[in-house]
Design a protein around this ligand. Sequence first.
Ligand SMILES: Nc1ncnc2c1ncn2[C@@H]1O[C@H](COP(=O)(O)OP(=O)(O)OP(=O)(O)O)[C@@H](O)[C@H]1O
Ligand SMILES: [Mg+2]
Length: 203
Amino acid sequence: MPNPLFIVLEGIDGSGTTTQLGLLERHLQGRGRPVHPTREPSGGPVGRLLREILLGGHRLPDGAPADGLAMALLFAADRRDHLSREIEPALAAGSDVVSDRYLLSSLAYQAQEAERDWVATLARDLRAPDLTLLLDLPVAVAAERRRAAGRALERYDADDVQARVAARYRELVAGDPRATVIDARGGIEDVARAVAVAVDRLL
Ligand SMILES: Nc1ncnc2c1ncn2[C@@H]1O[C@H](COP(=O)(O)OP(=O)(O)OP(=O)(O)O)[C@@H](O)[C@H]1O
Ligand SMILES: [Mg+2]
């Protein structure tokens, strides 16, 4: 069995990470590789809590949203749990792991509400992905895709937040040999082809 790969899809909300997760899973399976698809927030206890908070749950009676630093800690806790409970065992069993979001999401999103260095410290010693694919597209296009999909408004969905997250993502991957920027403006199949080309370079 070839070396199992840990591949991560990243991008602003509506950039297509979930769509591409399924297509990349099929692509790798077509290459004869076992694949474990997963996502963050994970399906574990902290991940489930995070999903509820992101959709506006668990507010105090005064409507106050969860504290940004507390959110960063929860994302970091979920990632540790996700890694030890799901990602590492799958890789050890010989599967490629493809994750819809991982560390870069915290560095791009949580660092909007907490100090960058502190967010980075929370991520120390995490397994680094073999390849991170950044699905890059204009904020307005992503917002239109979310609207067309009838997506509920989430915590980080304001256009100005998304614009800052998009800019930070680009800074984070610039010059990183283990990251590739994918032009996500094209149709689903076009984007899938670009993702496949980037992944096939590792096989
Ligand atoms: N390349 C594309 N062209 C047009 N529409 C697309 C493309 N990729 C995805 N979509 C559509 O855009 C919507 C959002 O896609 P998707 O759910 O994959 O994005 P996402 O990045 O996972 O979003 P979120 O961050 O909210 O989870 C879906 O309705 C999907 O069918
Ligand atoms: Mg998604």
